[in-house]
Design a protein around this ligand. Structure first.
Ligand SMILES: *Cc1c(COP(=O)(O)O)cnc(C)c1O
Length: 336
């Protein structure tokens, strides 16, 4: 196996992130052996899971002579916010293609939260009105940047390439070490999943360690969850190839019942999960990813999907700066 040290990285994250027991929330949902890996605490401009991926992506960008970064996401993309911050640290101009793909037109959604921070961080922002229009826009932008004698480094949504997924191979290793120190066995890991890189990196990381940990992805993005399963499987394979690991067939677990109407659209389960986690643990989740991820974990726990003697670890992937993009929706949800 090629060790992770063989890949160029650029230091961005506060590591290791905490691994903690969430006994009060565990008791409230009937699964006391509940733990959390606090990747909301990676530290870079409000933190989150993209920072781990960006350590490898920016390492690769710098090693290959990139002169700017280009990436894409929704208006409230956490990935874009963390990329803008990482670009500043690396001294690279950052182009963000922000796609108006979520049907929420409130001032809060359009101007507050992550997009406010993108402006503060000084990213060059390009707004595109639909998902369909994005690929051609990005192609033209990259052509233009190349023509002006620059070497743009393009990252797909969520930074979900095999290089980016290495960040979550590193997380799987870090978490395994923390569980060992605490004399705990990792049985189930639950994570909100959208562009597949986080889940694929975790699956690849545990496979590389030969550890039998079930990684549950809660789909928060795809209309058809089978598409996410396929994407995670493909990317996990690619990541293992990059590491030179030959693993047996990988088990990819995706739960499709917790996204609701669409990506970025609130659900009752999300609000319940946010409230319960805030009130039992004093921890903030986010409305787009971790709220739905935790809603999935709670529903699975209540349905008896985990046996009582097994540990369940929630990967808190961040996103809390998106809370303020949903101020009007919270006004309604918290008054009831
Ligand atoms: C991007 C993101 C995820 C999902 O990670 P993917 O690698 O895109 O699947 C989960 N939680 C938060 C807060 C995110 O920003």
């Amino acid at each position: 196996m090629t060790t992770l040290d063989a890949f160029p990285t650029f230091p961005l994250a506060h590591l290791p992130t905490p691994f903690e027991a969430w006994a009060r929330l565990g008791a409230a949902i009937g699964h006391p052996k509940l733990f959390a890996k606090r990747d909301d605490c990676t530290g870079l401009a409000f933190g989150g899971n993209k920072t781990r991926k960006l350590e490898f992506l920016i390492g690769d960008a710098l090693a290959t002579g990139a002169t700017s970064l280009v990436t894409v996401g929704a208006i409230q993309s956490n990935h874009c916010r963390q990329t803008a911050a990482a670009a500043n640290k690396a001294g690279l101009p950052c182009h963000l293609v922000l796609v108006d793909q979520v049907p929420i037109k409130t001032d809060a959604y359009q101007q507050s939260g992550n997009v406010q921070l993108d402006h503060l961080l000084g990213a060059i922002i390009h707004k595109v009105e639909s998902k369909e229009a994005a690929p051609e826009f990005i192609l033209n932008l990259i052509n233009k940047l190349q023509a002006s004698e620059k070497t743009p480094y393009f990252m797909p949504p969520g930074g979900s390439t095999a290089i980016g997924a290495l960040g979550y191979v590193a997380c799987a290793m870090e978490l395994t070490k923390q569980a060992d120190v605490a004399s705990l066995k990792l049985d189930h890991v639950v994570v909100a999943s959208s562009s597949a890189g986080t889940q694929a990196g975790l699956v690849a990381g545990f496979a590389a360690l030969g550890a039998e940990v079930k990684v549950h992805g809660i789909n928060v993005y795809e209309d058809d969850p089978a598409k996410l399963t396929e994407a995670v499987a493909g990317l996990a394979d690619e990541t293992l190839s990059l590491l030179g690991v030959k693993a047996a067939a990988l088990e990819i677990i995706v739960h499709g019942d917790y996204r609701g109407e669409g990506y970025g659209i609130p659900t009752d389960g999300m609000f319940d999960a946010l409230k319960l986690t805030a009130r039992e643990e004093g921890v903030l989740l986010d409305p787009v990813y971790t709220g739905k991820g935790m809603a999935g974990l709670m529903a699975l726990a209540r349905a008896g999907a985990f046996s009582k003697d097994e540990t369940v670890t929630f990967i808190h992937t961040g996103g809390t700066s998106g809370l303020f993009a949903y101020t009007p929706q919270f006004g309604v949800a918290l008054s009831s």
